[in-house]
Design a protein around this ligand. Structure first.
Ligand SMILES: NC(=O)c1ccc[n+]([C@@H]2O[C@H](COP(=O)([O-])OP(=O)(O)OC[C@H]3O[C@@H](n4cnc5c(N)ncnc54)[C@H](O)[C@@H]3O)[C@@H](O)[C@H]2O)c1
Ligand SMILES: O=C(O)C(=O)C[C@]1(C(=O)O)C=C[C@@H](O)C=C1
Length: 294
């Protein structure tokens, strides 16, 4: 148990990430009180019943009133409405942060609604699963993973450090980034892989009925991994693609060019080109595994 970093934390959106954070805050004693608001009353009630928050309701302004830290854990498309709702209820000096998978859009949508004297420190714990809702969360989601903070220029250093301390106490390693750079990096490492999974599972299931059955029957290995990713929350991922359009489209353009080159190698029987690429990617996989173990 650590000493509480905050007197009162308000979590808006108590789904997978919000409830994982609530659990970690409770487990580590990082706040004296945790309140939450969720647009879905069943999620709010469930969070209270699970004992991961001290108070829960559906009104974000009520949850945010009097908090020292307000953490937005809602889909990206809801940020503008939530920020407009909590703006008038925020106490001076409060820190407003978030966990959204895209950072430029978050700043664009939240900043205009936050009164002067409020500190905005956007963040992104790069950890998740394909599941959603308060039951799906677990405090063990965060240890050993990266949390990227994107404080706007001029942000009080002590405030950024406090948000970093929270995620560090949850077991994460902190990195700071410019929001545009964050969005470009995540477009290739997270958003494009999801787009590919959604596409391949969609393509496979669009095939005629008998083949569809075979897809399920033989989905024991590679394809099964794609179905896990493609089972991710539709609202969350719709909002990711709508809010990181430019970076995703740029990655997709390059991906299409590389895929076309691969297609040509297969058609021309260029075994060396295929072998060289697969050797290079195997080395990258090894590097990823080693980085995880380090
Ligand atoms: N799932 C992941 O792997 C992952 C990882 C890192 C960051 N994120 C980011 O975390 C955020 C939440 O994702 P999640 O996976 O926890 O989703 P989730 O669906 O599990 O939870 C979102 C919660 O927000 C609630 N909600 C929706 N609109 C709302 C509104 N207007 N006001 C209040 N509550 C509202 C929903 O009812 C739900 O309980 C997203 O911005 C996402 O980009 C997700
Ligand atoms: O592991 C998964 O299921 C995830 O999709 C997690 C994942 C990722 O792409 O790595 C998804 C979105 C986030 O913003 C961060 C993490």
């Amino acid at each position: 148990m650590s000493a509480p970093l905050f007197d009162r934390v308000a979590i808006i959106g108590i789904g997978l990430i919000g409830s994982s954070l609530a659990r970690a805050i409770k487990a580590e004693g990082l706040a004296r009180t945790v309140t939450c608001a969720d647009a879905n009353p069943e999620h709010a009630e469930r969070a209270k019943a699970l004992g991961i928050v001290d108070a829960a309701g559906t009104d974000p302004a009520e949850a945010a009133a009097g908090a020292d830290l307000v953490m937005l854990c809602v889909p990206l498309g809801a940020y503008g409405d939530v920020a407009a709702a909590i703006g008038p209820a925020l106490k001076p000096g409060v820190i407003v942060s978030d966990v959204g998978s895209v950072k430029q859009a978050v700043i664009r949508d939240m900043a205009p609604h936050l009164p002067e004297g409020v500190h905005l420190v956007p963040g992104h714990p790069v950890a998740g699963t394909e599941k959603s809702g308060p039951e799906a969360g677990f405090a063990g989601l965060f240890p050993g993973r990266w949390c990227i903070l994107t404080p706007p220029p001029g942000t009080d250093e002590a405030v950024t450090r406090k948000v970093a301390d929270l995620w560090r106490a949850c077991g994460m390693t902190i990195e700071r980034m410019d929001p545009a750079h964050h969005d470009r990096v995540l477009a290739i490492t997270s958003h494009l892989p999801h787009l590919i999974a959604y596409t391949i599972v969609g393509t496979a299931t669009d095939l005629e009925d008998h083949l569809r059955q075979e897809v399920i029957k033989y989905s024991a290995s590679g394809f099964r991994d794609f179905t896990r990713i493609a089972g991710s929350d539709p609202t969350m991922w719709r909002d990711v693609f709508l809010n990181n359009r430019e970076a995703v489209l740029d990655c997709l353009q390059r991906f299409n060019e590389d895929l076309t080159a691969l297609q040509r190698s297969i058609r021309r029987g260029e075994g060396d080109a295929l072998f060289d690429l697969f050797t290079r990617t195997r080395e990258i996989r090894q590097g990823v595994l080693e980085a995880r173990q380090a």
